[in-house]
Design a binder for this molecule. Structure first.
Ligand code: SAM
Ligand code: SF4
Length: 475
C-alpha cells in the first residue's frame, strides 16, 4: 500500500501508521544478541547493505563492551569507506523565535514568558548572512518557530533574501530549512525558492510519550508531523531530513523509529532521507523536564555507531549541542556534517563582541562555541578535510540520485575534488596563516589520493584558477 498524505487525512480511516509501538518494542524485547550475530551484521553493513529492524535490534541489545567496541570500529571503517575523510560544514541561522506550540523541552514554547521573542527583519537577516559569509560559511540551515507569521511564503522570502547576499567573495550556496511541517502547496512554495534539505524531527516516535511533551498547538498532532515528509515528497521536495530528540523516550525505541521512518520513505518514494539528526536535549530557558530518559555519552556514541551501520547511505548530522571533546570523538563513528561557529541568539552573528549565552534569548544551550576556523583547524589536525561543497544539489543530483554514496567511484570523482576546491577557496579568502599552512598540506595530501591522473590534473588547474581569483569551481 502506498502511503499518501490523503491516506492520513481520511477521518474514519485512521492512518495505518508505519510506526507501530508494539512492533518496535517486540524487536527490542525478543531479539537476542549473540557475538556471532553481531559480527555477522557488522560484516553485512560493511558490504554497504542496509540493515533491517531485527538486525538493528541485535546491535542495540549488544551490551558486552567488547562487542560495543566492534560496533564502533565497524562504523568507523564504514564511514571511511563510504564518505572518505570529508566533513561537510554548515551554520544554523535562527530567523524567528515566535512559537504557537508548547513543546515542554523547548525554550521557545508559547507558555514560556521568560524568553525574548524576535523575528529578524530583512536588514537584520542580511547583516547576519554577511557576518556568516565573512567567516567563510557557504551552507546554512535557517530555523524558525512554528507561528502564523512564518508562512511558506515568508520562509521562501527569507530564503531568497539570504541567497541574494554577497559580501566580498562570500555567498551562500545552499540553504536547508528546519521549520514546522506544511501542506503540500507550502512545500511547493519553498521548493521553488531553491532550498536544499527540509528537516522535520519527529522528536519521539512513541505516540504516547509524544502526547506528554506536546501540550498544545499544531505540533500536538503526532500523525500530522509524522506524515510531513510524505507531503514534502508529494510536493516534489525529495531532499528531506529526519531526526529524533534523544532524552524524551527510550533511545533504543527512537533508533528503531528512525530506521522505520527511513524504510517507509524508501519504500514509498524510492528515496530515503538525505540526513538523520540526533539532537540530545540540552538546558533551555525555564526548563524542568526530569531525566528519566537521559542518554549517557556511552549510549549516545553507541547509538550513533549503530545508525551509521544501519543506513550506510544516509548523511548524519552532529551539532554544537554536544561539547567539543565528544564531538571530536563521535565524528569518527559516522558523522558526515557538523556545524561550526554556531550562535543561536537571533541577530548574534553580526555582533562583534562575544557574549555569554543567555538562555532567555535562544532555544537551548550549546556546548561547543568554537569559531568556524577553530573547528577547521581541529579537523585538519585529525587528518580530515573540511568541505563546503554544494555541488550535488546545484547540479540536480538529489532525491533518488544521492549518488555521492551509491555510485562506485563517485566520491573520488566528485566529493574529494569538490572538498579540496572549497577548502582552497576558504584558505584564500578567510584562513589565518597557520590554518592556511595546514590546509594546503592537507590539500596536497588529498590530491595524492586521487587515482585518476586526469582528475588530478584538472583539480590542480582549478586550484591555480582559485589562486588567481576565480571562485565557485566545482564538478
Ligand atoms: N519549530 C520547528 C519545529 O519544532 O519543527 C523547528 C524546529 S526547532 C527550532 C529545532 C529542533 O530543536 C527541534 O525539532 C528539536 O528537536 C530541537 N530542540 C528543541 N528543544 C531542544 C533542547 N532543549 N535541546 C536540544 N534540542 C532541542
Ligand atoms: Fe516551537 Fe519548535 Fe520549540 Fe516546539 S520545538 S516550541 S515547535 S520552536
Amino acid at each position: 500500500m502506498k502511503f499518501t498524505p490523503e491516506t492520513y487525512r481520511i477521518p474514519d480511516k485512521p492512518m495505518t501508521s508505519f510506526i507501530d509501538s508494539e512492533e518496535i518494542w517486540n524487536y527490542i524485547h525478543t531479539t537476542i544478541s549473540t557475538k556471532e550475530k553481531v559480527r555477522e551484521i557488522i560484516v553485512k553493513s560493511l558490504s554497504k547493505k542496509r540493515l533491517n529492524l531485527e538486525e538493528v535490534a541485535v546491535l542495540i541489545n549488544a551490551d558486552d563492551p567488547e562487542l560495543i567496541e566492534e560496533i564502533k570500529e565497524g562504523a568507523k571503517t564504514l564511514k571511511k569507506t563510504i564518505y572518505g575523510n570529508r566533513i561537510v560544514l554548515f551554520a544554523p541561522l535562527y530567523v524567528g523565535s515566535k512559537c504557537a506550540n508548547n513543546c515542554t523541552y523547548c525554550g521557545f514554547r508559547a507558555s514560556n514568558k521568560e524568553v525574548v521573542r524576535k523575528t529578524l527583519n530583512d536588514q537584520e537577516l542580511i547583516s547576519e548572512v554577511e557576518a556568516l559569509e565573512e567567516n567563510g560559511q557557504k551552507r546554512l540551515i535557517l530555523v524558525y518557530g512554528e507561528h502564523a507569521h512564518y508562512s511558506p511564503e515568508y520562509i521562501a522570502h527569507t530564503v531568497k533574501v539570504a541567497y541574494s547576499v554577497r559580501k566580498g567573495n562570500g555567498e551562500i550556496r545552499r540553504i536547508n530549512i528546519n521549520a514546522a511541517p506544511m501542506e503540500i502547496d507550502g512545500f511547493k512554495t519553498i521548493k521553488e525558492a531553491g532550498i536544499g534539505t527540509f528537516q522535520v524531527f519527529q522528536e519521539t516516535y512513541n505516540r504516547e510519550a509524544y502526547k506528554t511533551y506536546h501540550l498544545s498547538g499544531k505540533k500536538a498532532d503526532f500523525d500530522y508531523r509524522l506524515t510531513s515528509l510524505d507531503r514534502a515528497q508529494e510536493a516534489g521536495l525529495d531532499d528531506v531530513g529526519i531526526g529524533a530528540l534523544f532524552g524524551l523516550y527510550d533511545w533504543r525505541f527512537e533508533v528503531l523509529g528512525l530506521i522505520r521512518h527511513t524504510n517507509h520513505l524508501e519504500a514509498c518514494y524510492n528515496v530515503g532521507p538525505h540526513t538523520i539528526s540526533f539532537p540530545r536535549i540540552k538546558d533551555a530557558s525555564s526548563l524542568n523536564l526530569g531525566d528519566k530518559y537521559f542518554v549517557s555519552d556511552e549510549d549516545f556514541t553507541k547509538l550513533i555507531a549503530i545508525l551509521r551501520l544501519a543506513v550506510p547511505y544516509t548523511g548524519m548530522i552532529l551539532t554544537a549541542r554536544e561539547p567539543e571533546k565528544l564531538r571530536n570523538e563521535i565524528i569518527q563513528y559516522g558523522v558526515s556534517q557538523i556545524d561550526g561557529g554556531t550562535k543561536l541568539e537571533l541577530g548574534s552573528y553580526s555582533k562583534t563582541e562575544k557574549e555569554e549565552q543567555n538562555l532567555n534569548n535562544e532555544q537551548f544551550k550549546i556546548n561547543d562555541d568554537r569559531s568556524l576556523n577553530d573547528i577547521i583547524d581541529e579537523l585538519l589536525d585529525q587528518e580530515m578535510i573540511p568541505s563546503f561543497c554544494t555541488s550535488c544539489y546545484r547540479r540536480g543530483r538529489t532525491g533518488e540520485h544521492f549518488m555521492e554514496f551509491s555510485v562506485p567511484g563517485f566520491i573520488k570523482r566528485f566529493c574529494t575534488p569538490n572538498a579540496i576546491l572549497t577548502m582552497a577557496e576558504y584558505i584564500e579568502d578567510y584562513a589565518p596563516e597557520q590554518t592556511a599552512i595546514k590546509g594546503w598540506k592537507a590539500i596536497e595530501k588529498n590530491i595524492e589520493t586521487l587515482e585518476d591522473d586526469k582528475i588530478k590534473k584538472s583539480v590542480l588547474e582549478k586550484i591555480e584558477k582559485i589562486k588567481a581569483g576565480e571562485r565557485d569551481l566545482y564538478y
